[in-house]
Design a binder for this molecule. Sequence first.
Ligand SMILES: C/C(=C\C(=O)O)C(=O)SCCNC(=O)CCNC(=O)[C@H](O)C(C)(C)COP(=O)(O)OP(=O)(O)OC[C@H]1O[C@@H](n2cnc3c(N)ncnc32)[C@H](O)[C@@H]1OP(=O)(O)O
Length: 370
Amino acid sequence: MTDWTDPDTFAQALEQAETREKGNCFEDFEEGDVIEHGPGLTLTRWGNESWMSQTLNHDPAYWRSDAAEDRGFDEPPIHPDYLTAATLGITVEDLSEKGGYFLGRTDVRFPGTPVYAGTELHVESEVVNTATSSSRPEYGIVSWRTRGRDAETGEVLCSYERTNMIPRREPVATDGGGAAAAEEDGDDGPDLPEEFVTPEGGYFEDFAAALDEAEERDAAVAYRHERGRTQDDVTVASLPLATLNTAKQHHNVDVMSDSPSGDIVTYGDVTRSTALGHARSDERTWREVGFDDEGFHTFVAAGDTVYAFTRVLETEDSVEETSTGSRTSSENDASSDEAGTVTFEHIAFNQNDEPVYSGTRTAEIRKRSN
Ligand SMILES: C/C(=C\C(=O)O)C(=O)SCCNC(=O)CCNC(=O)[C@H](O)C(C)(C)COP(=O)(O)OP(=O)(O)OC[C@H]1O[C@@H](n2cnc3c(N)ncnc32)[C@H](O)[C@@H]1OP(=O)(O)O
């Protein structure tokens, strides 16, 4: 009788066996398709606290009842970062487990927040675009609109549009993208303002004053944050798995040793939350509003350190400073008179000063005067 565990026999058996594959290829996605994701998870204090602590996000309103109440929450809520990461994690099995690169995301919004622990998450995605990659014939580029809902009420809690490179079953002929890329390379050197202004503090008024100071000059409000977080087993593998993210990029060293990174890489949402944690440690965040134009520029692997750089783009005060105290009617109105709205660009970078993530963030920042 054949012993199937004899190493030579087993090697032969593996060669003959078909692999029960996971995930979908580019050809499986068609514009308009709606995918209901089977997995779901309950948003717990544990999940939230693991994510937020490991990414250095220490806003007390998400940790302590008194601070939460002071911010207008019933209790410490689920943080929008963890909500976003959990919403995306659940989609990976259907959308990108085949080995796509997470290229970017935009229009990240939280219409149903605050969300409290115990909420069960149900996620669906719609294919909004499929495109050929001119530079990588073995991949296609797919965008999805994803919505994370409260499974009980159907209310949308988190919504965004995300773009990945997805492996094709059959490579296509392309122009290689090289000529266009080479043409764009006309190098006039970096075009940066002469002066960088750093806000004096982390309140809304500090950001507004710094922008005022920069306005009449060749200056930007831009600064780096001191903290860095070196990627380890927890950030690279544990955090994505805790969101049900099954991308092999994060937990299968065997497969990834044969990939461009040569190793498992950090979940994009961990990189992003870490950079945002550094930025938030230098501001008085009131609420998160949304994120746009997020991009992941290069891989982050175990041993890499994630730092952050911030540029302040805009501030908007929804309350007239004159005697009436009346509110203006902009879409950027803060949810409370105690805060004003600030738009930032955050850039995460590694120990070699290479950008790894960038995105714009709109957040309400507490006012000093209240
Ligand atoms: C959850 C998850 C995985 C998952 O989901 O399961 C993860 O967390 S995984 C970790 C986080 N992730 C990364 O670690 C990726 C880091 N990154 C890179 O390593 C490089 O970026 C690259 C190797 C992927 C590409 O490198 P690159 O080839 O030099 O990059 P580019 O030439 O800029 O882009 C190539 C083509 O993508 C088009 N393109 C780019 N961005 C967008 C966008 N936002 N929307 C629409 N199209 C876009 C571009 O237009 C070009 O199109 P063409 O092929 O047609 O020219």
